[in-house]
Design a protein. Sequence first.
Length: 145
Amino acid sequence: MRLEVVVVPVADVDRSKDFYKALGWREDADVGGRDGFRVVQLTPPGSACSLIFGAGITSAVPGSAQGLYLVVDDIDAARAELVERGAEVSEVFHDAGGVFHHAGTDERVPGPAPERQSYGSFASFSDPDGNGWLLQEVTTRLPGR
């Protein structure tokens, strides 16, 4: 099994499409149907998993998707690129308790993980509806990955 698509609830399809395309994501599809049904699919650079949003595809509240991860090799470079492309990205942080992070902004410590520990450095941003994304720096994969 492979995770292929994640559905993200949005309020304004065109605004969301413009936002993600500005981040450099590839547009795979923009398909309309009857009664205003519409599906837009975009894929982050280097990802095997795509994002889908549109009209009539989910009953979830726009902005309710949280904890969506984008894994990067270099968090500083990835953050800088997103900022350059117009996203409002947090400063790099790590969690006071270790590798994973707490929900929300609790326990965030400024700066990368000590010794740049793989899986330990993060930055966050949201799309125009408030769907929450995290960049996570992974430099050495855990065994079996």
